[in-house]
Design a binder for this molecule. Structure first.
Ligand code: FAD
Ligand code: 2HG
Ligand code: ZN
Length: 468
């Protein structure tokens, strides 16, 4: 055993340092199955002081660290190389809810708290943590902040960034940046918390955060609506927004092909409509107001849409169980697509008005590029964020399809660029998109980011090979 591992074991205890391949292997493969590495060790500190000491020890020995939360990154953000040189720092043991305040509407949590646990803690105090993603049963607060995750409620409450009031993080020299303030107003220099949010583990290891909560909704209405086209989906959104923008809790789009994969591959997922449609939207309206009559609002917008052809069919949930069943039809797209074969993902955003053009143009271009490709977009329509995902043709070998990943991503990217969009709306850059970062964010933008990285982590100890 090396001096470093011995010193880490002395500081973190046996349970805090895993070195056997059987113990570390599970941390070395990403959710998508794109990256398979080998770590020198996995360290699992249980508190902030231990993280700081471990970072200092690693810095002293020049060892590079990869922070890891729930390991649900879609871009290989928490993956390690396969040369057994990097050490994974897992936050999983830092899983305490430190405080919750229903008057301040704040939740203070350690970074390893799983999102679902944080949501439940907020609900138990009569509040809502307005951040919801399909990976919420595994993703951790630290990972979510490090990627500035979006998700299903961004349309109303913003990205993870908008919810962070305070942060605590260990910097590459082992110092602790302690800014766990729970203030709505605090103009005291650079907003370092916002620098850490979205930094993908390259500037600091987030150890805790203060999150802004919202009032818990008293009324929730969920509808699934079949629509003839992305244009109709957008019209439905703008009509709903025109009636009551503050009621829209989620407005999600799903292509017919992707929905077909959900009903084919996911046990218990059935479409509660008479027939399959080319496109769907899932609408959630919610309010903390009593007697808000959201049902009337939803019914009137849907009735108008059914009458003028903007909608083909619709169903409104009548119970909590039915709401969950409709949400299952949205939440399982990633899993269903994974089961259907090789996937290429394009987590892109465009101005809302351009969503129909994006879907039409990218569908045509991909169908021309690889005949038989399954075009399976879905995503957060209300934010202009479409996961323009492609599944291998049934008759094509998985590896042959994945060998075309670069061509496919470039094809979609060219259209997104033309529509003034972004090549990564919410999943970040990680390891997968570093080359796109060069082309899309070159010049002063990338140069400034490199300077910040150089100033804070001059030896490149944190998450090497990611983001840049
Ligand atoms: P990890 O995957 O472990 O890490 C992600 C990045 O953050 C890595 O760069 C890692 O080094 C870094 N990191 C992790 N913890 C820390 C820390 N404490 N301090 C500093 N850096 C850290 N994303 C969305 O935005 N919206 C969605 O709707 C969404 N849905 C998803 C659905 C599924 C089924 C899956 C598998 C993923 C989804 N994601 C989504 C992607 C993913 O970004 C989020 O799940 C989440 O942000 C990652 O959290 P994690 O704890 O798993 O982080
Ligand atoms: C979602 O919106 C996630 O469900 C995952 O961001 C998207 O699988 C994907 O491409
Ligand atoms: Zn998403």
């Amino acid at each position: 055993m090396t001096d470093l591992l011995r010193a880490l074991k002395e500081r973190l205890g046996e349970a805090g340092v895993l070195t056997a391949h059987a113990d570390t292997d599970a941390y070395c493969h990403d959710w998508r199955g794109l990256y398979h590495g080998r770590a020198r060790a996995v360290i699992r500190p249980a508190d902030t002081a231990s993280v700081a000491d471990a970072v200092r020890l690693c810095a002293k020995h020049g060892a590079q660290l990869v922070p890891q939360g729930g390991n649900t990154s879609m871009v290989g953000g928490a993956s390690v190389r396969d040369d057994s040189s990097e050490i994974i720092l897992s936050l999983a043991r830092m899983n305490r809810v430190r405080a919750i305040d229903p008057i301040d509407m704040t939740l203070s949590v350690e970074a390893g708290v799983i999102l679902k646990t944080a949501q439940e803690a907020a609900a138990a105090a009569g509040c809502l943590l307005p951040l919801s993603i399909s990976a919420e049963g595994s993703a951790q607060i630290g990972g979510i902040l490090a990627t500035n995750a979006g998700g299903n409620n961004t349309v109303r409450y913003g990205n993870a960034r908008e919810l962070v009031l305070g942060i605590e993080a260990v910097l590459p020299d082992g110092s602790v940046l302690s800014a766990m303030r729970r203030l709505r107003k605090d103009n005291t220099g650079y907003s370092l918390r916002h620098l850490l949010v979205g930094s993908e583990g390259t500037l600091g290891i987030i150890t805790a955060a203060v999150l802004q909560l919202a009032p818990q909704p008293r009324t929730i209405e969920v509808a699934l609506c079949a629509v003839p086209s992305p244009e109709s989906a957008l019209t439905l959104f703008t009509r709903m927004r025109g009636q009551d923008p503050s009621a829209i809790q989620a407005f999600e789009y799903m292509s017919g092909i992707s929905m077909g994969l959900v009903t084919q591959y996911i046990e218990g997922a059935t479409l509660p409509l008479e027939r399959a449609a080319p496109h769907y939207v899932l609408i959630e309206l919610a309010t903390a107001r009593d007697n808000a009559n959201l049902r009337t609002l939803l019914e009137s917008v849907l009735a108008e849409a059914l009458e003028d052809g903007c909608a083909l069919d619709a169903v409104i949930a009548e119970s909590g169980a039915q709401r969950a069943a409709l949400w299952k039809l949205r939440e399982e797209h990633s899993e269903a697509q994974k089961r259907a074969g090789g996937n290429v993902k394009n987590d892109v955003s465009v101005p809302l008005s351009q969503v129909p053009a994006l879907i039409a143009r990218a569908s045509d271009a991909c169908a021309t590029l690889i005949p038989g490709i399954r075009i399976a977009p879905f995503g957060h329509l209300g934010d202009g964020n479409i996961h323009f995902n492609l599944i291998q043709p049934e008759a094509m070998a998985r590896d042959d399809f994945l060998a075309r990943e670069h061509d496919i991503m470039e094809t979609v990217a060219a259209i997104v660029r033309d529509l003034d969009g972004s090549f990564s709306a919410e999943h970040g850059i990680g390891r997968l998109k570093t080359d796109m970062m060069q082309t899309w964010r070159g010049g002063a933008e990338l140069q400034s980011m490199r300077r910040i990285r150089q100033a804070i982590d001059p030896d490149g100890l944190f998450n090497p090979g990611k983001l840049f």
